[in-house]
Write a new protein. Structure first.
Length: 158
């Protein structure tokens, strides 16, 4: 039964980390409602100024500026809605998982699976290393939710 204990520990760590990320997504989405494109541009210039003075061709700093300059009101609304809804949905499911609600396991697998599919689309279109890392973590969490669900179902049937 040591493997069941390990599965549970990895499952618990994974969903607690996803819960923390979900809270950050909710906060970021709420803040996004108040961020105006000019503020985003000013912040991007402030945070990249020193790096660009040292190295004008710095890839990351230039990418940040490029993203900030393309930030619009419609993008702001989309990002706010996306982050808020994603964070609230995941947090709801994580709380249900922590309370051992049996329905939450398949629901979490479906919802997180759909988010992973969207993230794969983002990887293909945006080529973002951050999205690749998030997707890899989500796949690991999906695996442990699936494994823990199998353990819980086995216990329930016994």
């Amino acid at each position: 039964m040591e493997t069941e204990k390990n599965i549970y520990e990895y499952f618990r760590i994974g969903i607690l980390l996803k819960g923390a990320v979900s809270i950050l997504e909710i906060i970021a989405g709420a803040l996004m409602l108040f961020a105006r494109p000019t503020l985003v541009n000013q912040l991007a210039m402030f945070f990249t100024r020193g790096e660009l003075m040292e190295e004008p061709n710095d890839f990351i700093a230039n990418q940040i500026l490029h993203l900030a300059h393309s930030f619009s009101t419609s993008l702001e609304i989309f990002l706010a809605f996306y982050l808020l809804s994603r964070g609230v949905i995941k947090l709801f499911l994580i709380v249900a998982l922590l309370r051992n609600k049996l329905w939450a396991y398949p629901a979490s697998l479906v919802v997180l699976g759909l988010f992973v599919l969207y993230q794969i689309y983002q990887i293909v279109t945006l080529h973002s290393i951050l999205v690749v890392a998030i997707t890899a973590f989500d796949l690991v969490v999906l695996y442990f939710i699936y494994r823990e669900y199998a353990v819980v179902r086995k216990r329930e049937s016994a």
